[in-house]
Design a protein around this ligand. Structure first.
Ligand code: SF4
Length: 392
């Protein structure tokens, strides 16, 4: 808003996350790495007067370089990687038996809710870390080794549409080689303020590209930013890996759109899988309650705590423009359509990562770096009630 451009910046610099990032940039002793979530690029422009749904990926990358980051990577790279790990986990459960329904795990709003309200389901959650945590882990190991650095020489900032990611990044069980995978999370709005504070002329910046190799991604990764996107990306890959056939059509329309709970049945040849997608707190609670009572059954469920998914995240620019969420969503699907590669298992940088480092999905090293576990954090009945009220 206007305040950020005209106010003295004292109030902003007082914020601990801001301060940490500014200090690291000023000191510049570590290798400074930044990554951006799929939903940021379709909303950041709004901080600079653009219409909702304007795609500003290239300018955003350019701004991050001018802020002083050494490498600008893309959380979308790790979204593709998530699909390989999580998709393989799903197929492993299908073939060898495992806990169903399987839930996606990339939304910390949902993970927190589950640990607190439904800890009996933690075993059903995919063990895959969320994409930005995967990227953080790889930045401090795989990439660090390539540039001759140690994990502690690297500082990773994630630009996220999400306030829950801040707390996620402090989880003990996400540490890699003794350090946090991600050091600081800034929201889309905070990045907007930072760019203004540093007087970077966003509007006139050239379009720049992400750095390689952790900046290469597919259309399947782009759609992680909206409700239904993780499911669709997973289905594109799971279908082709399981059946060995090419998908006649990559779009799964049934899981798109704003309906609170969406459903689809996917034919894998010798087996059908039933999937569901829920977004927004009360839809999520309704769905989980139906699962618990036995009223509903699905094999695989995508859950996002925010309405619309991450495009509607708590860290996104505030908007009162009509249809702003729809327009951000359209932009997300447009990025997918414009992509030359639209399936995660065809991302050449991800394939190379497996070839030269991880081995294969769910390998020992993949487990060490890219997977996590959850905790039963169930609270007293009273606290549980309070938590439920917050959701409603
Ligand atoms: Fe964060 Fe909301 Fe996206 Fe969940 S849906 S990851 S809480 S922005």
């Amino acid at each position: 808003g206007q305040c950020a451009t005209v106010c003295p910046v004292g109030a902003i610099t007082e914020r601990p996350d801001f301060r940490k990032v500014l200090e690291e940039i000023d000191r510049h002793e570590k290798v400074l790495i930044v990554q951006t979530a799929p939903a940021v690029r379709v909303a950041l422009g709004e901080e600079f007067g653009e219409e909702p749904g304007t795609i500003t990926t290239g300018k955003m990358v350019a701004a991050l370089r001018r802020l002083g980051f050494d490498y600008v990577f893309d959380t979308n790279f790790a979204a593709d990687l998530t699909i390989l790990e999580e998709g393989s986990e799903l197929l492993d459960r299908v073939k060898n038996g495992g806990n169903f329904p399987m839930f996606t795990s990339c939304c910390p709003g949902w993970v927190n809710l589950m640990e607190k309200l439904y800890p009996e389901y933690t075993k059903n959650l995919s063990s895959a870390k969320s994409p930005h945590e995967m990227l953080g882990a790889l930045a401090k190991t795989y990439f660090a080794e390539r540039i001759g650095k140690k994990p502690e020489d690297i500082f990773v900032v994630s630009i996220m549409p999400c306030t829950a990611k801040k707390d996620e990044a402090t989880r003990e069980q996400l540490k890699v080689k003794g350090v946090d995978g991600v050091d600081v999370v800034l929201t889309t709005r905070e990045l907007g303020k930072l760019i203004k504070m540093k007087k970077i002329p966003y509007e006139s910046l050239p379009e720049e590209e992400y750095d390689k190799p952790l900046g290469i991604s597919t259309g399947a990764a782009a759609i992680f930013g909206t409700t239904g996107g993780v499911m669709e990306a997973a289905l594109r890959t799971a279908y082709e890996i399981y059946t060995g056939k090419e998908l006649p059509r990559v779009e799964f329309e049934d899981v798109r759109g704003f309906t609170g709970v969406k459903e689809a049945v996917v034919n894998l040849g010798d087996r059908e899988i039933k999937v569901a997608v829920a977004h927004g707190g009360s839809n999520v609670i309704n769905l989980v309650e139906k699962l618990r009572s036995g009223e509903a059954y699905y094999d695989f469920i995508e859950i996002m705590a925010c309405p619309g998914g991450c495009i509607g995240g708590g860290g996104q620019p505030k908007s009162n423009k009509p249809g702003y969420l729809e327009r951000r969503m359209e932009a997300i699907y447009a990025i997918d359509e414009m992509s030359t590669i639209r399936k995660s298992h065809e991302n050449p940088a991800v394939l190379k990562l497996y070839e030269e480092y991880l081995g294969q999905p769910l390998s020992h090293l993949s487990h060490e770096l890219l997977h996590t576990h959850y905790k039963d954090r169930k609270e007293s009945t009273l606290e549980r009630k309070k938590e439920l009220e917050k959701v409603e």
